[in-house]
Design a protein around this ligand. Sequence first.
Ligand code: AMP
Ligand code: ZN
Length: 764
Amino acid sequence: MNRDTAHQRLQYLRQELRRHNRLYYIDAAPEISDRDYDRLYAEVLDLERDFPDLVTADSPTRRVGGEPIEGFVTRRHSIPMMSLENSYNPDDLRRFHEYVRRGLGSDSVTYVIEPKVDGVSISVRYEDGLLTQALTRGNGTEGDDVTANIRTIPSLPLRLDAAAPPAVVEARGEVYMSRAGFAELNQRREAAGETPFANPRNATAGTLKQLDPRLVAERPLDCVFYAFGEVRGLAVHSQIELLETLRRFGLRTQGAPAVAHDLDGLWHEIQALGQRRHEFPYDIDGAVIKVNDIAQREVLGATAKAPSWARAFKYEAEQRQTTLRAITIQVGRTGVLTPVAELEPVALAGSTVSRATLHNEDDIRRRDVRVGDTVVVEKAGDVIPAVVGVVLERRPPDAVPFDFAAHLQGRCPSCGEPVRRDPLFVAWRCENLQCPAQSVRRLEHFATRNALDLEALGGIVAEKLVERGLVREPLDLFALDLERLAALNIGTDTEPRVFGASHAARLIEALRRAREMPLERWLNALGIPDVGSRTASHIARFHDDLAAVAHSDILRDLAALFDDQEALRKTTSEADRAERLEAARRRGDALERLGLVKPGATRRGGLTTYVTTCIGPKTAQSVLAFFATPAGKAILERLEALGIRPRGQAATAATAAAGDGAPLAGQTFVLTGTLTSMSRDEAQRRIRALGGNATDSVSRHTTALVAGANTGARKTEKAAQLGVSVLDETAFLDLIAHAEAAAKAGSALPPSTPAPPRQPDLGL
Ligand code: AMP
Ligand code: ZN
């Protein structure tokens, strides 16, 4: 090919890649497969290698720059990046609304209400359509030049989508990490022995400070935009128009904002957003209220720090302050010693909290937490409460720093055996397998609802069984007889109290039921590192029984695929590369067909990089390792001897093994209202057993909304808006019956709607 033809071909290919990128990331309507995209991309790479002088800065192959940089240059913002004044309650809003009405001398105002993304603000500059610079907010006047890092974000266009782009466009918005991306990143970090990030925002900020753009490219950063900085050759008249313009340029936005015209409407929309803020794939910490009309904004003006025409509304922080009475040490199921804050009881997010985790030794030291301090306790969702900060102004003069190691004196507080600092996990650990505290934790876990549901083992019963030497391992429970159990002293030596015949009978009965429980429950109950109830049910979908799990090719392939990918990143030898690539493709293909991996966001480097969908490589490794240890083998043997043979979802496993995919693979259902024939849990379980997904919020990736009786309006409206089909109970039962029959017959159902695109749900 001569240079001219190459030039033309390159221009065409790059334009195609940009178009497909937009279809994929902005419009969520991809027209070609990832494979075909990769092919186009590889062709560009080849041509650029043959004609290096034809490489352009905005070529899609040039997202990731070459070498690490020395440090960040600080640059001035053309227009300062402001912050927002906060409001917290209806009164604050009323004052704001009054201020706006007075300022405008009119009652006629339109507000838009946008989700406040909890990320890091960024200003991205395009000159004649080309991305030239990205600055962090910094102090508002000047920020760090993080262009090389920002360029690696796959959804961010390197060239604006416009035939005649304006001379200057500065798009302002937020860089963030989705919760899923964050979890995946932390999982990788833990596997590599690195300290996990505390939350998605910290992870984002930390990533932007990376000096090596190649590392940044591997982190799941994304961005959305909601404002302009400097613009030349462009005029917009309202926020709604502004957002539309951003999107037209190929910049991601959060979609059309909610709108209100008066105080009531404003309050209503803020509340409504607050209700659904957890449905977003990323963290939303508030709402941002803006006057829609740009001319009206100019009338209202700004203070030195913030515009007068906008407010942030912070959703009530689920945080409280209280006194730290003591720090105790809890021995976990795996022997990890966790510092626990004993608190002056405080009401927090709907419950009374008197204990909270202090995470680990490093955390205590970093925050300099001292007994007697006033601490900030936080509860996010259904996770355990945690101490997140210290109110230094309220520190008593005699507070002494807490020395974790000195406090331990090298011994486990439960068994008194020596402890070891685990270099990989930043934690102290009791490695005594006979440690009673660990036995108790294992029993407690064994008995939880999502494990074997042994309610009768609750309270102090587990502790007493261990203390009295009746049980050391969970499986010892199956050797207990009624008499001995009934006579168990659950009081103290001086004040004995027996467990009693009726309680004992209940426990024996629960144990009898446990014998029949399915594989997923048992997988969870065994307390395999990294395996929780969700993972357990995913594993059970693909395996017949415990022996199949212990020797699983699927799990081995999962672990190996990521080893290959990791090696491919590092290796330079061409021969090794080709071999690894081949192996990765083969494993990736097979696992993708099972729905266990999918092409990830960093796939665009000429090679498809897979990410996991439900079972991580570390988990896969961990499960295999568990059953390979003497303890793991002993468990298998013992279960065999006890005649306990938990069954996996054989039907589904059979279809999956046949390589056809499960009947509902790739389909996502949302349930709303009440079903008469089964509980919502049951419905979700059956969908998942058939390889489908059951989620809580309707998005354009939803296959169908299953609507029972008394449905809420929101989900059905959303479904109508997005053109998602709605199934009533009869139709749903039909679908499930069909799918279950198909699973038995070993074939996949044709999806009822086109396979959902893979773009992350934008939530709006
Ligand atoms: P604060 O950091 O609390 O002063 O809040 C102001 C910051 O909120 C801005 O600098 C933005 O980084 C961020 N923000 C997040 N979402 C939005 C949004 N939709 N509109 C404006 N600012 C937003
Ligand atoms: Zn111990």
